[in-house]
Design a protein around this ligand. Sequence first.
Ligand code: FES
Ligand SMILES: [Fe+2]
Length: 324
Amino acid sequence: MFKNLWYAVEFSNEIATNPKLLKILNRELVLYRTTDGQIQAMNNACVHRGAALAQGYVAKNCIICPYHGWEYQPDGTCVKIPSQSPTATIPKQAKITTYPVREKYGWIWLFLGDGEPCELPSIPNFPQVESNGFRAIQGKFHCNANYERVLENILDFAHAPFVHARAFGDPNLPGFEDLVVENYAGGASAIVRIAATPPKGLWKFLVKDKRELVKTRMGFFLPNLSFLDIYLPFGQLTIWTAHVPIDLHTTVSKWMNFRNFFTGKWADRDTYNRTIKIFEQDKPIVESQRPQLIPTDLNAELYVPADALQLQYRKLRQQILIKN
Ligand code: FES
Ligand SMILES: [Fe+2]
């Protein structure tokens, strides 16, 4: 794992003042929001007998264990043990480990590393959260694969005519021009024009007769965020996804989908179903990949020009692996 990086782990709007369990990298944490809007993240297991704090509740910004009622303030220090007299000393060890947490771009970010956290990634071109022209929906998708295999699948242009032939990919036109990779701090993207089959269902009402190549930008920010901008002839569709590693072989991809066409609520279900359908087409392929973890040796798998963005992802992660 890349310890000293921020992971996008949850949608901002999923965390309120009630405690919520978050599983990440074989750990269980609890997240909640204090009355001033700050997010707190700490180990889920109570230091007394290990009961799940996520099953407790929050009062006056303290999280209260459901088993014997110990109260922990936001910095994790226990401030009350109901079974002892209020004047009795609270053991110093009665403290839950907390983690740095931030909120930006509609995500909650978590730092599980050592020492002082680095800066949050600065993401260019993330306008849709604030923009009125876009309608946003969100969802989650579960995959029994390592999060890096899942993320790399988003960066892969060449699978569309095969895996998504029944959705949008055109199996008769599987080739495309060479990718030009654009680099950012901690990430990269590439644009390509993909031959697409005419859309079905609701979207077919937006299409003119002429078939056009669909400009698509795919990209990532380390360690676990991917994005996809699809410039359809009738509007833009953008999908940002935080691929949350539950453990080495399980990923929950939490996605935000923005569209600037059919912006009414009435089209949300159709957009949701389309997004899930694409993930479902990818799932059996990604789950079948071996080795299950991306090799750390850059020469262990083959690359052709269409894999340039994946290769850039691997190169960047390589640099971080060396630093860690
Ligand atoms: S296990 Fe939490 S108070 Fe006892
Ligand atoms: Fe795909």
